[in-house]
Design a protein around this ligand. Sequence first.
Ligand SMILES: Cc1cc2nc3c(=O)[nH]c(=O)nc-3n(C[C@H](O)[C@H](O)[C@H](O)COP(=O)(O)OP(=O)(O)OC[C@H]3O[C@@H](n4cnc5c(N)ncnc54)[C@H](O)[C@@H]3O)c2cc1C
Length: 313
Amino acid sequence: MYDLIIIGGGPAGLTATIYALRKRLNVLLITKDLGGKTNYRLQLPDIEHHLVINGEEVVNNFVNEIEYLDFARVMDKVETVERTHDGYRVHTRSGPDYAARALLLTTGALGQQLNVPGEKEYMMRGLCYSAVSYAPLFIERAVTVIGDSLLALRAALELAHIAREVTLVAPTHGELDSPLGKRLIAASNVTLMEGYHVEKVLGDEFARTLVVKKGADMRAIQSDAFFVELGLVPNSKLVSHLVDCDSQGRIKIDSRNCTTAPGLFAAGDVTDAFGEQVLIAIGEGAKAALAAYEYLLGQPVPEGEPSRAGEWR
Ligand SMILES: Cc1cc2nc3c(=O)[nH]c(=O)nc-3n(C[C@H](O)[C@H](O)[C@H](O)COP(=O)(O)OP(=O)(O)OC[C@H]3O[C@@H](n4cnc5c(N)ncnc54)[C@H](O)[C@@H]3O)c2cc1C
């Protein structure tokens, strides 16, 4: 039995694994990949990438270390999680079940897709899901944001402070009546296209044109980049029967990354913590590992297991 199983190898899970190893926990990381969403990088013509904060060095260091420490990781997809009398049992797609006294979920969130022709082809080549991460690159450029939630409005407003012009394609009225929406509508460099739906994405090497439609009115929008900000879907299903989630499905955590289930922790984009950014996920992962360590210290020493200097195992 492990002390701690961590599900998800993005920035939050990688950091948590390294912290847990340093604490000499008997830890296992189960993940589909190493690096998570940091494996995606927006490609743009003539862009100064140093303006983007992506925590690349830290994440790469942790990936290298965990690749080397292969006893601490299993590359697999977790299919189910269940509570047991002494912890949690995790069932993977291709391997055996794994058991642990504590569990940390760092499975991230996925950007909601447009599902239109051209989306897959141009994804990360001029078309992307994280405007806030890339906003500093668009000084005096033209960008388009698609969405009508607060996420989309926040992205459009941030871009409006930097870019020459911002087009917001809002399929519905959404949150446009919010203070954010009102600020956007008042901004001189923002064009609002309310009620338009995206038909397709066109381009050459990079996405160049978004074809949108409202009734019989079809238009083509040209931009330097297009950001799909329809919302984030947290990968919380694995534990949604065990913990409280908010209305968007994000796992509710307290300041120590504890969920509402004892011994079950969560960190990164899958939680209701503010800010979907690499550096934030790294910090949250570190904090969650320390919280899990504290939790395990407070648990009774399991019977029949050798204990050194009163340790928990
Ligand atoms: C296109 C894009 C570009 C971005 N660019 C930046 C940027 O430049 N700077 C920045 O700060 N932020 C950026 N972000 C946001 C940033 O990537 C995320 O906030 C961060 O990666 C979240 O880390 P995480 O560890 O919580 O989740 P993720 O990075 O999403 O990692 C989740 C991990 O869980 C694994 N997983 C999921 N389900 C299972 C399962 N059932 N079984 C096993 N493993 C599972 C996945 O394989 C993955 O390894 C970007 C986001 C996107 C979408």
